[in-house]
Design a protein around this ligand. Sequence first.
Ligand code: UGA
Length: 434
Amino acid sequence: MKISVVGTGYVGLVTGACFSDAGHEVMCIDNNPKKIEMLHRGEMPIYEPGLEEIVKRNVEAGRLKFSTSVKEGTEFAEVIFIAVGTPPGPGGEANMTYVEQVGREVAENMTSYRLLVEKSTVPAKTSEHLKRTVLKYLRADTDFDVASNPEFLREGTAIPDATNPDRVVVGVESKRAGDLLEEIYKPILAKGGGKFLRMNVTSAELTKHASNSFLAMKISFINAVSRICELAGADVEQVAQGMGLDPRIGPRFLKAGVGYGGSCFPKDVDAFVRLADALGNEFTLLKEVQKINKTQREHVMKKIKQELWVVQDKRIAIFGLAFKPETDDVREAPSLYFVPELQAMKAKLRAWDPIAEGKFKEIHPDLETVPDLYECAKDADLVLILTEWDAVKNIDLAKLKSVMACPVIVDGRNTFDPATVRAAGFTYHSIGRA
Ligand code: UGA
């Protein structure tokens, strides 16, 4: 089938590339000419493991092409996925300008039936606005559908998630739209074995909000437990293991740490809270999830202050700027909280991240970064771990100790076994391990 995907970010480009790999003919569109020029040169505008190979393979096979024109995309395919950014505005609400713009351009250029599919994470009820937009700007006398197909892929493992989904959720208002989407996903599900779920549009939108909010809740739950563990003298890793073996609970997303970040959980929980408020039904549980996530960072900051006593002029080495490993994404990353806070206290910072350094420096160009972990830790009074990259997990502790002014680690990701780090001569503070 022919498919257009508008937006070449983490969701759009991965989706487009994986659809083409499943045998469809795909046009990926972005209004940023720089991104499209990069893609034409075979360069990726984002870092995602395995993406470059898939893009290259499908461009060579003639199944994947790129354009800056929504008009061209509308003429090319009957089904148009919208995967443009919906960044939070100044008040926290999602900025829907780009989604609206795509809806309008598709409407102005379609001459026969088109199916517009929301793929970006959008607030519930977006489909209704999108439908009104299309009706307003539609020039031709033709039918159309708006559907929701929320994305569940994770950055860093986006390719296996997209090619091997647990489920594909589609919210549709007509059989025609549902059948088109089923056809698109048939080759992917035939290989991966996930379930295809057809429901109404608002239910599909809410499934996304509820799934991400539930996972965020799981993380905040274990983070809240971690603080009790510290006070009571327990080990949160052991508690999580004991809980996770119950299949009703499950072991995943029970890793205590410095709090969740990224472009999805903070925004989605916030959107769900706002939706509930707007509907007159306050979602107090999720407000608590947000509060725990915020105070978890402050809790780690407290550990740093307690250890250093005077923060001013202390050298702090930050290991990891990305919101999680295997991505260059720093949106809502814990590093965005710690760097300015520590700078305000006049600490001397030096940071290391194998991929996210560039994106972080677009926001904080003043942060000193180095490409080597040991160089980063040279003469440091404290190492702060914010992302559990493999290079950090596999660090040579003896060498690390030898370059530091003072062997202290504050580990926001429980990267190490406390006994091993202490045996190596470090003062070690981690999460929920008394
Ligand atoms: C998340 C969801 O997991 C995806 O299913 C969803 O499609 C995506 O949002 C989205 O809405 O687009 P992602 O943000 O890429 O994916 O990353 P996650 O792997 O879920 O991690 C989110 C944050 O939670 C990270 O900061 C991570 O460090 C943190 N986390 C995760 C924990 O602190 N503990 C855990 O046990 C798991």
